[in-house]
Design a protein. Structure first.
Length: 406
């Protein structure tokens, strides 16, 4: 396969990058999901419409770099090589899961996972739901769940009231964000709690109830679904294997969204968690600059979106109290059944991995890596995971050697 501009990721950043780049070049967009749109725009063909000179290929995974300016792909038809002139990474982010007692029970899922499942048609009508974690996503998930007939019993935000109130006040500086917050928050005030988090999921074969804490007091409520997510972690593995420099887990870019690798650009959540608007702006800048078009007229909007990134980080930083939820017998690595007690004496991800196989299962540390970083290190970025290498995703051995190279 050959592309003038190749884009990995068909979420808001990737879509806007493709539209901008298509004004000057032939563009190829790859996404590992069946439908474009990412988490936010899935099942919305209007928002994901692309120009005629953009080719979209879904169900395709990028396994890693091949040779110079080429990638090894896993496609429904088998492995293949993609050669490109310029590459834009818009690989997005995933949820951060922090382990607590019972978190592996069926029907304990991520907040974003609940959102995705509802959009894919999961019937939650009449289901009793507790939504917990941190950030504005909790309100968005609660709003969607209520619209689909779910009974949202509580929204538990781990950040203290002072920080959440300060965030709410400062969103007035961002009219579109403020309007969205007002819309999502309507009807949720009575069940929204701050300085609150789930401490245990209770049940035998599946979830039956959750125990949660508000301040120093503990409560319990019967429920059918617990959706718990502590923010987002950038999908930076591909960027790392391509040699991009990162800081705190995020890909470093300049004003034109260029990374530290020549002819390689990055946009969206992998440069900083900031929501859809930031992703669209950065995607458009990357698409323009990758094809030699001027983009300086977008810099002011992009810089303003970065102010919102910092506001999110400050307002919803994780409480140290969350580090106390996992006990020695709490499973940390679900793929390899590694408990927290087996690895909590290691301050280094590599040592823990060598000694206890944490992160060596199908997810390759995507779930347990950031959790380990938060519980045993100094953050959640997983930036100390220096062992990231191709293949970026678990795959069949035969996919590592394309047929034309046999």
């Amino acid at each position: 396969m050959r592309a003038e501009v190749a884009i990995v990721g068909a979420g808001p950043a990737g879509i806007f990058a493709a539209r901008a780049a298509a004004r000057k070049a032939q563009v190829l967009v790859l996404d590992d999901n069946i439908r474009p749109g990412g988490q936010i725009w899935r099942r919305n063909p209007f928002l994901t419409t692309l120009p005629g000179n953009v080719t979209l290929k879904t169900g395709v995974r990028v396994l890693g770099p091949w040779q110079e300016r080429s990638l090894l792909l896993e496609t429904p038809d088998g492995p293949t090589i993609l050669e490109y002139d310029r590459l834009i990474l818009a690989t997005g982010a995933r949820e951060l899961f922090l382990p607590f007692k019972g978190w592996t029970l069926p029907n304990v899922i991520g907040a974003g996972a609940l959102q995705a499942l509802i959009k894919e048609g999961w019937n939650i009508r009449g289901k009793r739901i507790v939504i917990a974690g941190t950030g504005p996503l909790l309100l968005a998930v609660a709003s969607l769940a209520r619209k689909q007939g779910g009974k949202v019993l509580g929204i538990l935000e781990q950040a203290p009231a002072k920080q959440v109130l300060a965030f709410a006040c400062q969103t007035a500086l961002y009219p579109s964000k403020a309007a969205q917050a007002i819309k999502l928050g309507s009807g949720a005030f009575a069940i929204y709690r701050t300085n609150a988090f789930v401490v245990e999921a209770i049940g035998k074969d599946r979830l039956a109830a959750v125990a949660y804490q508000i301040g120093e007091k503990k409560y319990q409520v019967d429920c059918d679904i617990a959706a718990v997510g502590y923010g987002l972690v950038p999908n930076n593995e591909l960027a790392a294997t391509l040699g991009c420099e990162t800081r705190d887990g995020y890909v470093l870019v300049d004003n034109e969204q260029r990374t530290t690798v020549a002819n390689l650009f990055a946009a969206g959540e992998i440069t900083g968690i900031g929501g859809t608007e930031k992703s669209m702006i950065e995607g458009e800048i990357a698409g323009l600059c990758s094809t030699g078009q001027p983009a300086d007229h977008h810099w002011r909007r992009r810089n303003r979106s970065w102010q919102f990134v910092k506001l999110l980080e400050e307002s919803f930083r994780l409480s140290p109290a969350l580090k106390k939820l996992a006990t020695d017998d709490t499973i940390l690595c679900r793929c390899e059944d590694v408990s927290f007690g087996e690895v909590n004496r290691y301050q280094n991800w590599r040592l823990a991995k060598l000694q206890r196989r944490i992160g060596m299962g199908p997810c390759q540390g995507r779930v347990c890596g950031p959790a380990f970083s938060f519980l045993c290190g100094n953050g959640v970025s997983g930036s100390e995971r220096a062992s990231v290498r191709p293949p970026v995703f678990a795959t069949h051995l035969e996919n590592l050697i394309p047929k034309e190279n046999l």
